[in-house]
Each structure stands twice: as structure tokens, then as C-alpha cells.
Design a protein around this ligand. Structure first.
Ligand code: WT7
Length: 656
């Protein structure tokens, strides 16, 4: 059980009202207003979403039908035509916003850039034209593997401008992980950089691209666009690799946005599941644009004067929805930061807030716990008075971290939105609305209007008040995952048949455990499946296990999450060795490094536990529950009568 779970089981009772000054000017001003929006959306969802779509977005052509729901497949705004790049850029150019700052970039070491909407539009058009000149057409997939530099947003908007679904791969993933994703997506072009800055050092990401593409590793890839960032020497393969600064010179400043069908794929984003390789979550154009737009507006209470800083990397869904598309669709100013707290500059986050007058700050509990540990002197030494709203995402926030965030960073004047959602949901699902919802530290509070959430048992029956169960969603929503790329069956079984549908009622299975309190507030406990949440990053146990067994010394491996004060969970790998190999610190180190090479540093196990055998049931299934107990130093709880060989347990205990 994680720290957050333990604390929330203690039944946090504190209640924090939205500050009156905040509510007065908020988009949604009171709980009553929230309730009436919620009721309206529930009683007539199609009218609710249609009115918003009409008001908030630009359409080249209006839709014929708001929702076509053939469970578990949904189509939103059927027949409508729009373009998200147009909604994020072009429509702001005929207003005062044309010369407003769209993107503030704080780079390392000491670099920085402010880009207006007009300039961003020009750069996006140039990139779009460069992609076209390389033969990229509507429907072709483009891989993006970049550090946190403006060109990553430019690349995304350029792809969606011409209707080429992008697949952004987090720059911290290894060549192997990159290759898997590019192969599955059959990317035609990759956009990357000569490197990036991470904690005072250069990360050589182009080498990873070269490795992934070596020996025709990804046959679909024809061209690579390389952004010059660090200027250090790299390999440029003739007729394959092209410098962006050279392409840019040749490319025209105008590129009309392609009118896309509302249901045309917008992007694919890979995420870890319980089995097999990461799955390609497919999002489509109209529903995603609308939902990320309206959630940004209402949850972050976005106004024209705001400066929103979402600290997530663009390689994750949070970066897609609340660093790029949501803020820009609203004509907001978004902040992108290439750096991270490090010994040479532990107060850097607070410097960024002070320097740019950030008003909305959105980060993860792991980061908040790290800041707590570094001490409050760092933030207190900066002027953080520009902040008016704080957000949390990625894992349960424990009440102690919530209180610290509220008091030290928010000065007790900023509401906190604890937002629960997933790669698959596209946008935030459970959250306070900051001017309306009373907050309880550790609760994600209430569903966004249009979302019907429930805590159920495995038969789909709602459990009682404060009883633990599975968090499920009862209705389709505009930005929901449409399918798993090239695997509709996996989509159906993973998300909609895990809880068997009854009488045509399908329940979307989130993979999270939760409880609902007497006020209808949701408390999310964390994953109930074989997914580990390390520092807000989602990893499948299977993925890490396959990485471990691909090492010659390893016979079998089982991976579990162990509670960690800072990271939420950390990875523990139990391994048995092949004949001729023996446990040693050296080998443990080597195995950790091997996983980092195979997947990325984020997957590196904190502990390797050598054992003679793994606890298995008589049918040969590894009993992860037993390993989880052992890893966290708890007594082995629950029924172990199905354990095939009880002596295994004693040996593991001895070794643990
Ligand atoms: C998983 C989704 C889209 C958010 C970034 C991660 C956990 C997310 C919360 C929260 C408790 C949370 C869940 C979820 N999670 N937000 N506010 N409280 N848990 O996206 O990689 O798709 O992971 O993150 O376990 O299922 P992701």
C-alpha cells in the first residue's frame, strides 16, 4: 500500500473552500453552477457538447450527428470538419492575440525564447511545408523524439496541420523503446534534435535515433529532420537526415490547414499496459480538441492574462493536452521548461515562476515531495505572488504533500486542482473546478461535467460509501481513446470487457482502485493491475520483466512496485539465474543498467532481489501479491494456499 493510500484511508476530513476572490472572477463561480452544468450534461449530453463545440471551436464544416455510440466504439461530431492547428493558431491571428506570446521557453543553460502567435504560426507552416516536401501526406505517421524545446510543439502543430498523426516518444526512452514504437506506428519521418540539455549535461538523443534505425531497423522511416539544439557534432546520414534550419530557409511561410474529419486520427501515444508491448492509444480530432479546450478553460480557469506552466514533458499525454493543445486552443500563454531541479540549481522551478510571473502551475506529486524534501527556504526566497492556481496530476497526492503545496507554494490563497485522468481519457476526468469545488487534501473530488464516474466491483455493481472498488466510467466522452492502434480487439477487451457489459451498459475500466465518500468525492488509490506508477510514469511489470529476461544471466523475472516516499512507487525485480551465474552486487548493477538500456532510465529497478525460485500457483502463475508484500517488508498477507511450493516462501523471506 502506498503512503498516499494509507493516509487517505485515515479519512481526511479537512475541507478547504475556494477563496472568495478567486470564485468571483472564475469561469465557474460556485458549486451550484457546477451542479447545474453537471445536471445539464447528464440529462442531455449531446446538446451540452454540441453547444460547447459550436461556441468554443472553429469548424470548416458543421457536424451532422453529435454522437454515434456503438459500444465500445464512439464517434463524435460525425461529418464535422476542423483542424486543431487552425484552432490553436490561425483563429487567433485576426484578433489582439496575434502578437500575444503563445509560448515562453526557458531553456538550458540560460537560453530562452518568447514566441508570439504570429511567429508560431509562421514556424509551424514552415515545418508543415518541409514535411510535405518530404512526401508526408494526410494519414502518414510522423515520429517526434525531442527534448523540451519549442520545435517539439512546432512539430506537433505542423503534423496536425497537414493531417499526419504524430507519435511523440518521450526523449528519455532508449533506442529499443523508440524502435518498438516507430515500428508499430510505421512512421515515415522522424523529427529529432542533435541533443538536449538535462541536469547540466547534454543528452545525445540523435545517437538513439541512429541506433533505432540501424540495419534498416524501422523500414518505414524515409527521412529524419534534425533540429540543431546543442551544436555538438553528430552523424548526419546523407539522403536521410536533414537539418531543420536548412529546410526552414527553403520552406514557404504559409501552409493552409487541412480540413480534417472530426474522427480522423490526430495522434497516437504509446502507454504501458498489463500485457505485451506498450499500446498505441489513438485520439481523434474533434472530440480531443473540444475536450482539452474546455477542460483547460474551466479547470485551470484560463484567462487572457494567465501564464500557464505545465511541467510535464511533451512526451506524455499531460504535455500534449495541457502544455500544447489546450492552452493554445484557448489563445493562452504556455510555458515550456527544458531544465529540472539539480544540485547546481535546486531553486530553478521557483526562479521560472518569478521570472515570467507564472499564474497557473501544474505539476506531479513526486515533484512536490521532492520540493518538500529540498526545504521551504528555496521557494520562500522567491516571489511567487503571481501564482493564483495550482494543479497536481499523475498519482495520488498524499495529504501532507497537498498541505505543503497549499501553504508554501500557494501561500494559502491558491486553490489546488487534483486532476485524475489517463493517456486514454485524453483530458481531465475527475477534478475540482477551482472557483466552485470545496477541496479535501488527497481527493480528486468530483467528475467534470459530462463524465459519469462510479466505483464498482468486478461485476459492475456500485460498491457502498467508502468501500474500495474499481474506478469506472459509465458513458462515452469526446476525448476518449478511440482504439488501440491496429488492435481494436485489445481496445475492446482491455477497457470495455474487463467488467462484463450487462444489458448493453458498457463500463470503461480505468485500472485504478478508488472509493467514494459521503459527499460523492472520489479518492483514487492507485493501480489495481500490473502497472507500476514510478514518479508519475506508468510502466507495465511485463515490460520490465521482458527487459530483465533478455539478459543472458536471467532465467525468470517478476517485477513489483514497492512504496516509496518520493516516487510513489519504485521497481523491485525478483530474478532467478541461469545455470552458471551467481548473485552478486556487480550483477545486480548490470541488470539495472540493462533495463535502463532496454527501456529508459525511468524503468531502472531500485532493487534486484536474487532468489532460487519465484512463488507460483499450481497453474504456474507468479504470485505478485506475495512478492509485493515481501518487497515492502510486510508480512505476506492473504491466502497462500494456492502456492505450489511453500518452501519457496521461506527461502524468499530469508533472503529479503
Ligand atoms: C494513471 C494514468 C494523465 C495523467 C498523467 C499520467 C494515475 C493520474 C492521478 C491523480 C491519482 C492519478 C492513475 C492513472 N493518476 N492522475 N490525480 N490521482 N492517480 O497518465 O501515464 O496514462 O497514467 O496515473 O493511476 O490510471 P498515464
Amino acid at each position: 500500500m502506498s503512503q498516499a493510500t494509507i493516509e487517505s484511508i485515515l479519512q481526511e476530513e479537512r475541507l478547504f473552500q475556494p477563496p472568495a476572490e478567486f470564485s468571483q472572477t472564475a469561469h465557474i463561480k460556485s458549486l451550484q453552477e457546477y451542479q447545474s452544468l453537471y445536471d445539464k450534461a447528464k440529462s442531455d449530453p449531446e446538446t451540452f457538447w454540441a453547444e460547447l463545440a459550436e461556441k468554443e471551436l472553429h469548424w470548416f464544416q458543421k457536424w451532422d450527428k453529435v454522437l454515434d455510440w456503438q459500444p465500445p466504439f464512439a464517434k463524435w461530431f460525425v461529418g464535422g470538419k476542423l483542424n486543431i492547428s487552425y484552432n490553436c493558431l490561425d483563429r487567433h491571428l485576426n484578433s489582439d492575440r496575434a502578437d500575444k506570446i503563445a509560448l515562453i521557453w526557458e531553456g538550458e543553460p540560460g537560453d530562452g525564447l518568447k514566441i508570439t502567435y504570429r511567429e508560431l504560426h509562421r514556424l509551424v507552416c514552415k515545418m508543415a511545408n518541409s514535411l510535405k516536401s518530404m512526401g508526408v501526406q494526410k494519414g502518414d505517421r510522423v515520429g517526434i523524439y525531442m527534448p523540451m524545446i519549442p520545435e517539439v510543439a512546432i512539430a506537433m502543430l505542423a503534423c496536425t496541420r497537414i493531417g499526419a498523426p504524430h507519435t511523440v516518444v518521450f526523449g528519455g526512452f532508449s533506442a529499443e523503446a523508440l524502435k518498438d514504437r516507430l515500428l508499430d506506428a510505421e512512421a515515415k519521418v522522424i523529427i529529432t534534435a542533435d541533443g538536449g540539455w538535462r541536469k547540466d549535461a547534454v543528452v545525445h538523443i540523435k545517437d538513439q535515433v541512429d541506433k533505432a534505425l540501424a540495419d534498416d531497423g524501422v523500414p518505414s522511416v524515409e527521412k529524419v529532420i534534425v533540429v540543431r539544439r546543442t551544436g555538438h557534432p553528430i552523424n548526419m546520414q546523407p539522403d536521410r537526415d536533414y537539418w531543420w534550419h536548412e529546410l526552414r530557409k527553403a520552406a514557404a511561410d504559409e501552409c493552409p490547414a487541412e480540413p480534417m474529419d472530426s474522427e480522423d486520427p490526430l495522434f497516437i501515444l504509446y502507454t504501458s499496459g498489463t500485457t505485451g508491448k506498450p499500446k498505441g492509444v489513438v485520439h481523434t480530432t474533434g472530440g480531443y480538441n473540444l475536450y482539452t479546450h474546455i477542460t483547460t478553460k474551466w479547470i485551470f480557469d484560463l484567462k487572457d492574462t494567465d501564464i500557464l506552466w505545465c511541467t510535464a514533458d511533451v512526451g506524455w499525454i499531460t504535455g500534449h493536452s495541457y502544455l500544447v493543445y489546450g492552452p493554445l486552443s484557448n489563445g493562452g500563454t504556455t510555458v515550456m521548461y527544458e531544465g529540472a531541479p539539480r544540485d547546481s540549481n535546486p531553486g530553478c522551478m521557483w526562479d521560472v515562476i518569478q521570472k515570467y510571473g507564472v499564474t497557473i502551475f501544474y505539476t506531479a506529486p513526486t515533484a512536490i515531495r521532492t520540493f518538500m524534501k529540498m526545504g521551504e527556504a528555496l521557494p520562500l526566497a522567491r516571489d511567487l505572488s503571481s501564482l493564483r492556481l495550482l494543479g497536481s496530476v499523475g498519482e495520488p497526492i498524499n495529504p501532507a504533500a497537498w498541505m505543503w503545496y497549499y501553504r508554501v507554494i500557494g501561500g494559502e490563497r491558491c486553490p489546488i486542482v487534483d486532476t485524475w485522468w489517463q493517456t486514454e481519457t485524453g483530458g481531465i476526468m475527475l477534478t475540482p473546478l477551482p472557483g466552485a469545488t470545496p477541496m479535501k487534501p488527497g481527493a480528486t473530488t468530483l467528475p467534470f461535467p459530462g463524465i459519469e464516474a462510479e466505483v464498482v466491483d468486478l461485476d459492475g455493481n456500485p460498491v457502498g460509501e467508502n468501500q474500495g472498488g474499481y474506478l469506472a466510467i459509465k458513458n462515452p466522452w469526446p476525448s476518449m481513446i478511440r482504439t488501440v492502434y491496429r488492435n481494436p480487439n485489445r481496445y475492446r477487451t482491455t477497457y470495455w470487457e474487463h467488467i462484463p457489459p450487462k444489458n448493453g451498459q458498457y463500463l470503461y475500466f480505468t485500472g485504478d482502485g478508488a472509493r467514494k465518500d459521503k459527499d460523492g468525492y472520489f479518492w483514487v488509490m492507485g493501480r489495481v493491475d500490473d502497472v507500476i506508477n514510478v514518479a508519475g510514469h506508468r510502466l507495465g511489470t511485463m515490460e520490465v520483466e521482458s527487459a530483465l529476461v533478455s539478459h543472458q544471466a536471467v532465467a525468470e523475472a517478476a517485477v513489483v512496485g514497492k512504496p516509496s516516499d518520493i516516487k510513489g512507487e519504485e521497481i523491485v525485480g525478483f530474478v532467478t539465474l541461469e545455470e552458471g551465474y551467481f548473485p552478486s552486487d556487480q550483477l545486480a548493477k548490470e541488470l539495472k543498467q540493462h533495463v535502463a538500456n532496454e527501456i529508459g532510465a525511468l524503468a531502472r529497478p531500485a532493487t534486484i532481489q536474487f532468489c532460487e525460485a519465484l512463488p507460483k500457483t499450481r497453474s504456474g502463475k507468479i504470485m505478485r501479491r506475495v512478492l509485493r508484500n515481501l518487497a515492502s517488508g510486510q508480512e505476506v498477507a492473504g491466502d497462500t494456499s494456492t502456492l505450489e511450493d511453500r518452501s519457496v516462501l521461506d527461502k524468499l523471506r530469508g533472503g529479503a
